[in-house]
Write a protein that binds this ligand. Sequence first.
Ligand code: FAD
Ligand code: NAG
Ligand code: NAG
Ligand code: NAG
Ligand code: NAG
Ligand code: NAG
Ligand code: NAG
Ligand code: NAG
Ligand code: NAG
Length: 592
Amino acid sequence: MLFSAPSLLIVAASFGAAQALPRACRCLYGDPCWPPEAEFALLATQVSQPLIQPRPPASACYPIDSPSGNCTDVVSNWYDGNWRADQVGSMQSPNFETYIFRNDTISACFLNTTLGFPCTQGSVPVIGVDARTPEDVQAAVKFAASHNLRLVVKNTGHDFLGRSAARGGFMVWTHQMKNITFTDSFVPAGAPDTEVYENALTLGAGVQWHEAYDAAHSRNVVVVGGVSAGGSVGAAGGWVQGGGHSALAPAYGLGVDNVLQLTVVTAGGDHLTANSHQNADIFWALRGGGGGTYGVVTSVTYKTRPSTPVIASFFETSINSTTTGPTPVLEKLFEEFVRVCPAFSDAGWGGYALLTPASEGATLGLQFFFIAPNISSAQANDSLAPFFGFANDLASKSTIENGGALQILANFSLEVDSFYTWATTYLHPGSQVGSNTELGSRLIPRDVIEKDYKKVAQAVLPFGSGTGFYLVAGGAVSKADPSSTGLNPAWRKALIHTVFGATWPDGTPVPGIRQAEEEVKKGLANLRAVAPNSGAYFNEASLFEPNPQVTFFGSHYKKLRSIKKKYDPSDLFLVAKGVGSEDWDDSLNCRK
Ligand SMILES: Cc1cc2nc3c(=O)[nH]c(=O)nc-3n(C[C@H](O)[C@H](O)[C@H](O)COP(=O)(O)OP(=O)(O)OC[C@H]3O[C@@H](n4cnc5c(N)ncnc54)[C@H](O)[C@@H]3O)c2cc1C
Ligand SMILES: *[C@@H]1O[C@H](CO)[C@@H](O)[C@H](O)[C@H]1NC(C)=O
Ligand SMILES: *[C@@H]1O[C@H](CO)[C@@H](O)[C@H](O)[C@H]1NC(C)=O
Ligand SMILES: *[C@@H]1O[C@H](CO)[C@@H](O)[C@H](O)[C@H]1NC(C)=O
Ligand SMILES: *[C@@H]1O[C@H](CO)[C@@H](O)[C@H](O)[C@H]1NC(C)=O
Ligand SMILES: *[C@@H]1O[C@H](CO)[C@@H](O)[C@H](O)[C@H]1NC(C)=O
Ligand SMILES: *[C@@H]1O[C@H](CO)[C@@H](O)[C@H](O)[C@H]1NC(C)=O
Ligand SMILES: *[C@@H]1O[C@H](CO)[C@@H](O)[C@H](O)[C@H]1NC(C)=O
Ligand SMILES: *[C@@H]1O[C@H](CO)[C@@H](O)[C@H](O)[C@H]1NC(C)=O
């Protein structure tokens, strides 16, 4: 008895475990195992809002499918990130609304109705919960877990790798969780009374940056956040869980470095408060280990700082040439720009450089808009003078016949009263949404630039128009302890996040799409060769990275995987290339 009891226990335990193992595949819409109507009706009684039935946004332009839709509204707002975020069935990059079958036909609902394709559901989940409270999220998570559904967490749908969509899936939509609160003296749960943060900002999962910035502005404080047209990116969803870069990051750290506390619903349906004093392991993982992987975050509490004036600098060129593509004069200018980036960083600048599109009479150019909080105008001018001087000199000697004529359209700095004013009135970023997009990117370490800035410039220039060369690392990002969060340690050595993309028109046959993807893969290989020991930013990256665990998480991968196992043993939360995804096939619907 004494001996057999433990072995019986082991048998029982392993038998129990075998039974508890999820089925090999998720249950998708249309499968015989999909829950019957009655089950959804029961779920509807447990949540605060009617269930949602997402449709691709262009379905309004197909009257048979959507008789009550307003196609005019869809057409006029197609490129507006805030409008897209409000549409439950819309992804910011419409290619992620589509689904490509094995036989290379595409299920999609194209805006252009004259292409001749029917409007079909693609990768837009068919049903879900419009969550307003943590209790709504708990009900949705428990429902998905008990029915073995493919669970999708969608906030704004901005994800550049399609992680907020899945064909035949069940959606938790967090977009309407708009709670914003300030706490004058915030003490994280479980912390000693002496650990106090003034003016902490707690954001519900659905708050977007424009809303968070308005709230911070009304209190005269500043919070580290994303910058884009209309401020449509989510402030408490995938942005921060993947890292969260900002023009303010070089001054104040990345999004993950500014989180004081998170609340999260885990796969078991528990609602946890996580910070460095309690549930510290999931707190670590949720700061950089990727969205949609450990649970549904219901709120994020951020550190804020008193708002200060910022110096803003602007640089813009126009290059005339008889040739297209990167001109020799741009090559010289961009090489010099890359060379001085470490000095810009040391001076306190952060922000965005871009290769600007060819326009009438002009070819590919260079533009940057940087800010430095809390430096003097004299310091700013001193730090910009060498590069502006180089550019002026280059411009004065350049000609159309001999390598391109460079004209400087902007080269100045000015004092702006706050980050808020800069982000809302001085910046006019173009729309990054509404077009089919695949990205590629790399974090470029400072030492790589110092060793061979020309090689970096040469790898980036061919990506052409729209390529980003973002000064969002270095400074405070490099000073943070790499082990303090789950974020890819490559960020801490990086100075620049460079990102490029491929795009294609709707209706492009699959081989054309694959060709665009091949271009991205080639560009990525070039970037990897330049910075082989670095990595890439999980949120703005390629689905085709050959070694995603190392590239996106580096040496933190193993620890992230074990934390995920602890909180989500059945892999309810899965996203493309995310932690744990390697145990599943490419569709993420079946275990390997
Ligand atoms: C126009 C535009 C501008 C951008 N600007 C910046 C920028 O300035 N800085 C920057 O760092 N990045 C920027 N990004 C990239 C951005 O960080 C990613 O697109 C990010 O995934 C957006 O998160 P989201 O929650 O808004 O979007 P979603 O697509 O809804 O979600 C993204 C991922 O996070 C998961 N997720 C969302 N909410 C939750 C939650 N509450 N709990 C758990 N998982 C969740 C989703 O499942 C998905 O996997 C930009 C993207 C776009 C399209
Ligand atoms: C349709 O949308 C357009 C543009 O947003 C708006 O002006 C119009 O009033 C809408 N029509 C209806 C019937 O709602
Ligand atoms: C391609 O596959 C899909 C899904 O199996 C099917 O519905 C469709 O009819 C197929 N198309 C062609 C042209 O074979
Ligand atoms: C829609 O598709 C048709 C057919 O391919 C094409 O001629 C037309 O230019 C497209 N319209 C738009 C607005 O892209
Ligand atoms: C909003 O935040 C306040 C203060 O933190 C809290 O009391 C309230 O329950 C929250 N509401 C929702 C819907 O989460
Ligand atoms: C470039 O061409 C544009 C339009 O053709 C013209 O306005 C501009 O002055 C030219 N710039 C230079 C430097 O030649
Ligand atoms: C501004 O810079 C000074 C030193 O130059 C520093 O003491 C102060 O804390 C900074 N303020 C902010 C808000 O960063
Ligand atoms: C800006 O460019 C113009 C034209 O090239 C030049 O005359 C001026 O001196 C430049 N200003 C600075 C601050 O470099
Ligand atoms: C810095 O340069 C700007 C123009 O770019 C000028 O307006 C400002 O006066 C300069 N500031 C100082 C302190 O020299």
